[in-house]
Ligand binder design. Structure first.
Ligand code: SF4
Ligand code: SF4
Length: 367
């Protein structure tokens, strides 16, 4: 608890970290928060002045995959911010303590910081049979959630389970699992979907709230715009292959080995809004499409029910396919152009629909 009542700057001093390291961290934070480089001075000033916000992290009906991604991040801000820089006051998975002392600690923190803490929730909320399919500390998780949510300043739905219900809510959903926002009303809730989400997105939202005392701009469904505003398809390094009609047809074919587009293998990225294509995982090293797996749009609502995963999306025209590189020159320009134009039209319609929804949300926010 040595982070409580402490600024980020003081925390660095306590740990004998140099000012240079502090400034480098602020520069990384500025980039992650999607701020212009000129904002670095504001980030430094806030990091010197603002007290760290306590975070309570609850686990519901889930697999802890979201924890795994966070802990395995290489970016300094994930492991350092989570474990050292933010005031993570309760997280049962990582805590050395267990049982009643830990639950008592949770009660104390909720009481001491009532109305001021960030509540991060991982996992869905099962409601069948009064919630007995997920018991924590001898109580149904839904009860713990309601109690913790009552005193929270902000609630973060971490991962697709918390944000949408996730795999637990997939058909036939025997535990009647739902999202956090299906149960908690009248609170500020941020969706950080993904299975798992990109860790820097989570730390970015927490640090934005800590440094500026407010949330980053959200889209019409409550996701931070700076991280969920772009289609993965538009940032994919395989995109030139899509536009050229060069598709993987089988996971072990020549196109697959040459890194062609995975659209025909079921890639959902033309309909997926997330930062996977530009931020990636493991310090920007890779993401599913880069490893040869089609995107399954894991940040989307009900994605588990959108099977089969390895078949292409219906309704999005694709450019002409070529069997191998030797035949690229045989594609008639007309067919290719038509295919690209059709894709362009489909993309345009989808982008306009997305933009219209966001515009509507912005107007509502202004009211
Ligand atoms: S969103 Fe995915 S990784 Fe996270 S808890 Fe749910 S199933 Fe696990
Ligand atoms: S369909 Fe998938 S693999 Fe192909 S360009 Fe789009 S995101 Fe990349």
């Amino acid at each position: 608890m040595d982070q409580l009542g402490t600024t980020l700057r003081e925390l660095f001093e306590k740990r004998n970290l140099s000012r240079r390291t502090f400034l480098k961290t602020c520069a990384t934070l500025t980039a992650i928060l999607g701020l212009a480089p000129e904002m670095l001075q504001d980030v430094v000033a806030a990091a010197e002045r603002k007290l760290l916000v306590p975070v309570i992290w609850l686990h519901g009906h889930e697999c802890t995959g979201c924890d795994e991604t966070l802990l395995r991040s290489q970016t300094p801000l994930a492991s350092d911010v989570l474990l050292n820089m933010i005031s993570l006051e309760y997280m049962d998975v990582l805590a050395a303590a267990a049982g009643e002392p830990l639950e008592e600690h949770l009660q104390q923190v909720m009481q001491a910081y009532k109305g001021r803490y960030i509540l991060a929730v991982e996992g869905a909320v099962p409601l069948e049979a009064d919630g007995i399919y997920c018991m924590v500390g001898g109580k149904p998780f839904v009860e713990n959630l309601r109690q913790a949510a009552a005193g929270a300043a902000v609630i973060l739905e971490v991962g697709s389970c918390a944000a949408w219900g996730g795999i637990q809510a997939a058909k036939p959903n025997p535990t009647k699992s739902v999202s956090v926002s299906d149960v908690i009303h009248g609170k500020t809730i941020v969706k950080i979907p993904g299975c798992p989400p990109i860790p820097e997105v989570l730390t970015g939202v927490i640090m934005h709230y800590t440094l500026f005392g407010k949330l980053p701009p959200l889209d019409s469904v409550g996701r931070p715009k700076q991280f969920y505003g772009n289609r993965i398809h538009d940032t994919c390094y395989r995109r030139p292959f899509f536009d050229s009609g060069m598709f993987v047809e089988k996971f072990d074919d020549a196109g697959s080995k040459a890194g062609w587009c995975l659209y025909k293998m079921g890639c959902r990225a033309p309909e997926a809004y997330n930062s996977c294509g530009n931020m990636r995982w493991w310090n920007g090293l890779s993401y599913p499409v880069q490893s040869g797996a089609p995107c399954v749009a894991c940040g989307a609502n009900n994605f588990w029910d959108q099977d089969p995963f390895y078949e292409r999306l219906p309704g999005i025209p694709v450019p002409q396919t070529v069997a191998n590189a030797d035949k690229v020159g045989l594609i008639t320009a007309g067919v290719l152009t038509l295919g690209v134009a059709a894709h362009g039209a489909a993309s345009l319609i989808q982008s306009k629909k997305h933009a219209a929804e966001e515009e509507e949300k912005a107007k509502e926010d202004e009211k």
